[in-house]
Write a protein that binds this ligand. Structure first.
Ligand code: FMN
Length: 178
């Protein structure tokens, strides 16, 4: 499969990135093609709701920012993985901006599978992020392949307390992905 991961963490080597890397390693070993985009490190504006993409040029976003590259990658993907730290009980604004911008493409009916990787400081922070993810992928018609919600960090933002087992689970998830 062609797998696209959208990582919404602004921390290049943060907890979310480490979880994504473990998944990516397993999925690549299983023969999948995996591309990870750090959407929080790109210039991606929010949707303007201008309807240019529906009324002027179909599926073309009028905003010529870094989302243009992501559009091409989304069109090629069979599976989309959303990865994000929890910010105020939700996925990061940067990831949501990218997700909102897929409005231009309409329903992503070609995305067959999806997964969600979340990282938070505290447990039980995931309800709204998971609800949004499930709602959106359900609308696309994609199957949920897995939700991974990981908490337990130290002051240095490392996952050493609880992280190793999760890294192994993410690796195995990728490794066993059909
Ligand atoms: C702006 C901001 C808001 C946050 N809000 C929450 C929160 O609501 N609940 C929580 O458990 N952790 C919260 N955190 C902590 C992060 O989710 C946590 O440190 C996460 O592991 C960071 O992932 P990263 O290293 O990939 O950036 C917040 C951190 C920031 C910077």
């Amino acid at each position: 499969m062609n797998i696209l991961v959208l990582n919404g963490s602004p921390r290049k080597n943060g907890n979310t990135a480490r979880l994504v890397q473990a998944f990516e390693k397993g999925a690549k070993e299983a023969g999948h093609s995996v591309k990870t985009e750090n959407v929080a490190l790109k210039k991606i504006n929010g949707c303007r709701a201008c309807e240019y993409c529906h009324e002027k040029e179909k599926a073309v976003c009028v905003q010529k920012d870094d989302m243009q590259d992501i559009y091409s990658e989304i069109k090629e993907a069979d599976m989309l993985v959303l990865a994000s730290p929890i910010y105020y009980y939700a996925m990061t604004g940067q990831l949501i901006s990218a997700l909102n911008r897929t409005y231009a493409l309409g329903k992503l009916a070609h995305i067959k599978k999806a997964a969600l990787i979340l990282s938070s400081g505290a447990p039980d922070m995931y309800e709204s992020a998971v609800a949004q993810y499930k709602g959106v992928i359900g609308w696309w018609g994609a199957v949920d392949a897995g939700v991974f919600a990981v908490h337990g960090i130290t002051r240095s933002h490392s996952l050493e307390n609880t992280g190793d087992a999760w890294l192994e689970r993410l690796y195995q998830f990728g490794r066993n992905l059909k």
